[in-house]
Design a protein around this ligand. Structure first.
Ligand code: NDP
Length: 293
């Protein structure tokens, strides 16, 4: 069997086009564009690229983009001061503080300082708790994007065996909660899991969020399973360049899976799309409007 390749770029383009329509309608109704503020501390090149593409996508969707760049010597107090300003700014619906932060800043304190209503990354303990208890929340963008792809591919997920590899607060844990919310039977695997291949073999749905290049082997995949590869790993190539690979052995797994996301072009583009989606949702809730479709 050769798996269907799940096109994350196309799905993300659809979401972004829908968000642009919602943003335009919001602007007509309220007289202002939904706004996303990004905060970048320091010079990390990968973070700078992420923040730039988030800002560009925000403007392309017809939303206001506010970009804040601070030096890597910024103190926690200074960053908390900026977060406080953004919390109070009525034109800002979403606040994204790009992680990682320099070592002098405690990221968990910064995340906790963001107004939960503007926490479009969904990392604030209030949103994490709301998601865990099944209340309306802002959901972390990457697992939200994975769920979108899964629902698009499978329709109903109810009753399916899902294995999430990874238990981070950013991907693995919220992914597991979203799948429970869809009535899947969910197993969360991590570095202490025994017999990981056997655990993965029973999965109808595999979400790999580990950060280890091509760790998930083809013979772990149940024939016909849907495989979502969150991993983004840069590995050296023979010509002393590098390429991106996921956490799944894509070539092998595509021979057994029913459907699989590529890296790049799978989950990655969905993350930004869901960030834009969260921003228009936050804007609607803050304006007392019902959630957009
Ligand atoms: P973390 O490092 O925070 O978490 C990795 C998880 O994998 C941990 O729970 C860890 O277990 C588990 N793990 C590590 N080694 C093994 C192993 N040998 N067997 C089983 N489980 C293992 O990473 P993130 O969740 O932040 O990210 C995961 C991957 O997803 C990375 O490649 C990252 O680049 C990518 N990513 C991609 C995004 C996108 O937009 N596509 C967005 C965010 C992340 P333990 O808890 O026991 O240590």
């Amino acid at each position: 069997m050769t798996a269907k390749i799940i096109d994350g770029k196309a799905a993300a383009a659809e979401v972004r086009a829908r968000v642009a329509g919602i943003a335009a309608e919001f602007a007509r109704t309220t007289g202002r564009q939904p706004g996303l503020a990004t905060v970048l501390v320091g010079e990390d090149p990968a973070s700078a690229v992420y923040v730039r593409s988030k800002g560009k996508a925000t403007s392309e969707a017809g939303m206001a983009s506010f970009s804040h760049k601070l030096p890597d010597t910024t103190s926690e107090t200074e960053l908390l001061h900026l977060v406080d300003q953004l919390n109070r700014d009525d034109n800002v619906d979403g606040i994204l503080v790009q992680l990682p932060l320099p070592p002098q800043i405690d990221a968990s304190r910064v995340i906790a300082a963001i107004d939960p209503a503007k926490d479009v990354d969904g990392f604030h303990p209030m949103n994490a708790g709301r998601l865990a208890t099944g209340l309306e929340a802002l959901v972390p963008c990457t697992p939200y994007g994975c769920l979108y792809l899964l629902k698009q591919e499978l329709g109903s997920i109810a009753g399916k065996e899902a294995v999430v590899i990874g238990r981070s607060n950013i991907v693995g844990k919220p992914m597991a909660l979203l799948l429970i919310g869809e009535s899947a039977t969910v197993t969360v695997a991590h570095s202490r899991t025994r017999d990981l291949p056997d655990v993965v073999r029973r999965a109808d749905i595999v979400v790999a969020a580990v950060g280890r290049p091509e760790m998930v082997k083809s013979d772990w995949i149940k024939p016909g399973a849907t495989v979502i590869d969150v991993g983004i790993n840069r590995v050296p190539t023979e010509d002393s360049k590098s390429r991106l690979v996921g956490d799944v052995d894509f070539a092998g797994a595509s021979e057994r899976a029913g459907a699989i996301t590529p890296v790049p072009g799978g989950v990655g583009p969905m993350t930004i799309a869901m960030l834009l989606r969260n921003t228009v949702v936050a804007a609607h809730r803050r304006a007392g409007l019902s959630d957009p479709k």
